[in-house]
Design a binder for this molecule. Structure first.
Ligand code: FPP
Ligand code: MG
Length: 293
């Protein structure tokens, strides 16, 4: 990835390095232990770690929880470190997310993701769909152990929304701007919003903060998917949309959602994620302009 873009994400990775390494250990411990002595399953889940992504959804959980902890810290009670429960929740969201991508690659008949063969291409559709189901159910297994009914309800509803929107896209594709944004919200932003809200809930946020962080997740999620469609040249052709402008508008909305939160490192890194989306989109525009010139 280009350095100019990467710098914003790198800062977040460095800031959360301890938590992200705990997350990696947790995922490895869980996925590789229940496949021990079962070489076939073991190969499948080893592959899961080879095609690892940016861990953006866990990052949203951890930064939102951290921001709330900072907000509630007083002079005689300083902000604490991420709890084990936050790491467990981060593992849950990564498992749900990856299960959705494995299923998406089957639906889209994609052969590659993140420069690697997709599960369906490397193994086959039958293995991939079941591996996706295994990741998904394992995510909910960890979730149940957290005994957080409010958070379980948020994610159950979110997954329902994601599946419905994927079915809708197949049977009745969107025909206007509003439907397009609603689709991006359902398939991508709803999970990001759930990550922010649940991180906030775990850290003991009040309703106002939960709602603002949920809106932040929605807005950065829509911007992120707009950017993804823009980079993949997948913007809708059947109605007018300036996709780069819309990406920036949703990024601005996301920034606004954080305005009332106290300035701190967690807020700074949530804003770095917004900057990453803006700069990555602008870079494509610059490249396109260079080609035209
Ligand atoms: C990527 O879209 C797809 C998603 C963000 C969500 C896919 C959701 C499902 C398949 C529903 C099933 C959900 C679960 C949790 C089992 P894209 O194809 O536009 O982007 P891509 O370029 O990353 O493939
Ligand atoms: Mg796809």
């Amino acid at each position: 990835m280009n350095d100019e873009v990467n710098v914003w994400l790198e800062q977040v990775f460095v800031f959360l390095s301890k938590e992200l390494s705990l997350l990696e250990n947790e995922l490895k411990k869980r996925l590789l232990s229940f496949t021990e002595n079962r070489i076939d399953l073991h190969n499948i889940f080893t592959y899961f770690f080879e095609i690892r992504g940016k861990r953006l959804r866990p990052i949203l959980v951890l930064l939102s929880a951290g921001l709330v902890r900072e907000m509630t810290a007083t002079s005689d009670r300083t902000a604490t470190e991420a709890s084990d429960t936050e790491i467990q929740l981060a593992a849950v969201v990564e498992l749900i997310h990856n299960s959705s991508l494995i299923h998406d690659d089957i639906v889209d008949e994609s052969s590659h993701r993140r420069g690697q063969k997709t599960m369906n291409h490397k193994f086959n559709n039958r293995i991939a769909v079941l591996a996706g189901d295994l990741l998904f159910s394992h995510g909910f297994l960890i979730m149940n152990k957290l005994e957080q009914p409010k958070i379980s309800a948020i994610f159950t509803k979110t997954v329902e929304t994601m599946c419905q929107s994927e079915i809708n896209e197949i049977i009745s594709p969107f025909t206007n701007f509003e439907q397009y944004i609603a689709h991006l919200n359902a398939k991508t932003a709803s999970l990001m919003s759930a990550c922010c809200k649940s991180g906030a809930i775990l850290a003991g946020a009040d309703e106002k903060s939960i709602s603002l962080l949920g809106e932040f997740g929605t807005n950065i999620g829509i911007a992120y998917q707009l950017m993804d469609d823009y980079l993949d040249d997948e913007q809708p052709k059947n109605f007018d949309i300036n996709i780069l402008l819309q990406t920036k508008i949703y990024c601005e909305k996301a920034k606004k959602n954080l305005e009332n939160f106290k300035d701190c490192e967690y807020k700074k890194h949530l804003l770095n994620l917004v900057r990453y989306v803006i700069i990555k989109s602008e870079l494509k525009q610059e490249k396109t302009q260079d080609q035209i010139v």
